[in-house]
Write a protein that binds this ligand. Structure first.
Ligand SMILES: [Zn+2]
Length: 197
């Protein structure tokens, strides 16, 4: 494991929501439990478990959707996930995420993605390059005297099969608009038995 860890690696399909630290999931679940939104003890086991069945995985995905609804949390998990990949010596990371619209908290697909970008900008533990080379220079930290790990991060916007065509087109347009901040593609995701894609 140590040798594998030390190798520089390329990760071409990491799910943002699927890569959240267990400690963060437990912390967020506890908060929602205290608010009475979920029953913490019902979900504690499935978070801590290592060998989950497919049914348990989808149960966990449902829980994660409830835990990561606000901008602040999206920013936090983006920061932590990228830091974790960098510390495992991933040097190039394509992170895919489904930009969500949630009118009740004033979240649009665009503001969701802004929260992701905010997360990338807030990383100080490692050096992150996520915009095209010509634009990246102004973001570089120069002369801090410390040699830090560097990770290149690119984003894939995902379309959930349950979404309407209109909503899917919105994601495609957003991906095109965000080409200059590291978006390199789109992804079709979700339960393949649902919808008519
Ligand atoms: Zn996937």
């Amino acid at each position: 494991m140590e040798w594998i860890n030390s190798l520089p690696k390329i990760e071409l399909h990491a799910h943002l929501n699927g890569s959240i630290r267990d400690s963060t999931l437990l912390e967020l679940a506890r908060v929602l439990g205290d608010k009475g939104v979920i029953v913490f003890t019902d979900v504690e086991d499935v978070i801590k478990k290592n060998d989950r069945s497919l049914a348990e995985v989808f149960k966990l995905f449902d829980l994660i959707h409830k835990l990561t609804t606000d901008h602040k949390t999206v920013t936090r998990i983006t920061r932590e996930v990228v830091e974790d990949f960098a510390l495992e010596n991933v040097v190039y990371l394509e992170l895919r995420t489904t930009s969500k619209r949630n009118d009740s908290i004033g979240m649009s697909k665009c503001s969701y993605m802004e929260a992701v970008i905010e997360g990338l900008k807030s990383i100080s533990e490692v050096e992150v390059e996520f915009v095209s080379a010509s634009d990246s220079r102004k973001l570089d930290n120069v002369c801090d005297g410390i040699h830090r790990k560097k990770i290149y991060v690119r984003l894939l916007l995902s379309i959930d099969r349950r979404e309407t065509t209109e909503s899917a087109i919105e994601t495609v347009k957003l991906a095109l608009e965000m080409k200059n901040v590291g978006v390199v593609g789109i992804d079709l995701s979700g339960n393949p038995l649902v919808g008519e894609w």
